[in-house]
Design a protein around this ligand. Structure first.
Ligand code: TYD
Ligand code: MG
Length: 455
């Protein structure tokens, strides 16, 4: 015990145990445990838990609590301001997570420039690139400004000192995995280090009212310490995603203490950095072959601003004994369930068929409202019958084939109508509630397929 107590920490979610485990009981990851020195050893002094909440220290009637006015300011990037609920907040700490190469550094350097251009003092700390490398990138992006200070450093204590010294309005740390505290024995990028670095920088940002962005890399394998351990420390979690080979980049707001979550901002990667896409629906559906079988429009949303997406399916006879099922942007397990429901409830037998599903634009959809659209696209491809023009579809599909209500139905309908979709096929309950022209309600997948002449 004491100084060198060893624990095993899941590098994906931060679950800690006294012995090595093959599978993480918390997140289900395999082979994610590595040996680390316990961060709660006496060598690390921590004065109680992180506490940013100001209170009188005793319970009060809720009616006597005051409304807090956050001091907001524009990020200089309009789509980002919108997604964040009206700009950045003084003292806000945001994690920006994404796979390497997706464009996190590019976005933050552009953001740093825009903020410095507005007169904010910005400190961009990079543990990944030298100052000269950052300069080259900034030059290419047209992001040179005297208010933008760049600093290449990986030792947390030095970064803290510099921040105390300079007192920037905005701090950017790229990335949390490269920075380490000399007070801990584990290496940079380990869960203990990631936790410690984000903890201490959050504390510092709150105290000095600095708006801070922390970059966190994630890999599909979860080998690098997953930003999951940071999620509850920071105020805002932004996830940057996009397909390799696609220009589109989607920044999703997964958590936000200062605004709604579920919003998104869409960008396009160009040779001069990221460009805002103010009308993402128009972009996502612009290359659609509407007269072909296997494509359908789906109004997607996890917040108040829906986007229209093209859902594609390709169904063809399998040459293998085990037919292939692949999906991009849609959960493959969910796909297997939808195929089972189609077989049982609608008599669509696809066991000897390969089935491919793709959500165009590189967006990952994990809300249930997409079920009906995926099912319709699959049947359309299978039967080789294109959908009537101007049709959009949404609704969750239950295990008995029922089409279930989903969140934000009105917003979805509005967006579909805005882009000229005249027939919106929705859950029955939605149609009954809204009684709006153009909105057709269906209770069951078979009714939906009939309405589209797919039976
Ligand atoms: P980057 O911001 O370095 O990714 P991350 O920080 O998430 O690892 O982005 C890297 C990719 O972006 C790289 O493949 C090159 C591309 N890129 C452009 O296409 N245009 C640009 O102006 C810049 C700076 C990068
Ligand atoms: Mg980077």
């Amino acid at each position: 015990m004491g100084k060198n107590k060893v624990v095993y920490v899941c590098q994906n979610c931060g679950y800690t145990t006294g012995r090595w485990l093959g599978k993480c009981p918390e997140c289900g990851g395999w082979n994610t445990f590595t040996e680390e020195v316990d961060i709660y050893t006496p060598t690390v002094k921590r004065k109680g838990a992180l506490n940013f909440l100001t209170s009188s220290g005793k319970p009060i009637p809720i009616s006597q609590a005051k409304e807090i006015e956050y001091i907001r300011f524009s990020s200089g990037i309009k789509v980002l301001d919108n997604a964040l609920g009206g700009g950045l907040v003084k003292g806000q700490v945001a994690l920006i997570a994404g796979q390497p190469g997706i464009g996190k550094s590019t976005l933050l350097l552009q953001l740093a420039y825009k903020l410095s251009h507005q007169g904010k003092k910005v400190l961009y700390v990079s543990g990944e690139e030298s100052v000269d490398q950052i300069y080259l990138r900034a030059k290419r992006l047209g992001a040179l400004n005297d208010n933008l200070l760049v600093y290449s450093e990986t030792v947390l204590e030095k970064i803290e000192e510099t921040v105390e010294d300079i007192s920037p309005d905005v701090l950017i740390l790229d990335s949390v995995q490269t920075v380490f505290s000399t007070e801990l024995e584990s290496s940079a990028g380990s869960v203990s280090q990631v936790r410690e670095v984000s903890y201490r920088l959050t504390e510092l940002s709150k105290r000095k009212e600095i708006t801070t962005f922390i970059v966190g890399h994630v890999t599909k394998e979860g080998q690098i310490a997953g930003p999951k351990v940071l999620e509850h420390i920071v105020d805002t979690v932004l996830q940057f995603e996009g397909e390799r080979g696609s220009f589109y980049r989607i920044l999703k707001v997964l958590k936000n203490r200062f605004g709604p979550s579920g919003e998104m901002a869409v960008f396009k990667m160009t040779t001069f950095g990221l460009e805002e896409v103010p009308e993402p629906s128009a972009f996502f559906i612009s290359e659609r072959n509407a007269d072909r079988a296997g494509t359908v429009i789906f109004p997607h949303t996890e917040g108040n601003k829906p986007v229209l997406l093209e859902v594609q399916a390709l169904v063809l006879p399998s040459v293998y004994t085990n037919p292939q099922r692949r999906s991009e942007g849609f959960d493959p397990n969910r796909l297997a369930i939808l195929l089972a429901i189609l077989e049982k409830e609608a008599g669509i037998f696809l066991r000897d068929k390969d089935v491919f599903v793709n959500i165009v634009g590189g967006i990952e959809v994990d809300e249930p409202g997409i079920d009906a659209a995926v099912a319709v696209a699959i049947v359309s491809s299978f039967k080789d019958i294109p959908l009537p023009p101007n049709v959009a579809v949404f609704g969750e599909m239950g295990l008995t084939g029922e089409i279930r209500n989903v969140y934000f139905a009105e917003a979805r309908i509005k967006e579909a109508k805005r882009f000229g979709f005249k027939r919106i096929l929705a859950p029955k309950s939605v149609a009954l509630e809204l009684r709006e022209p153009g909105v057709e309600g269906y209770r069951h997948i078979t009714e939906l397929l009939e309405a589209l002449d797919l039976t």
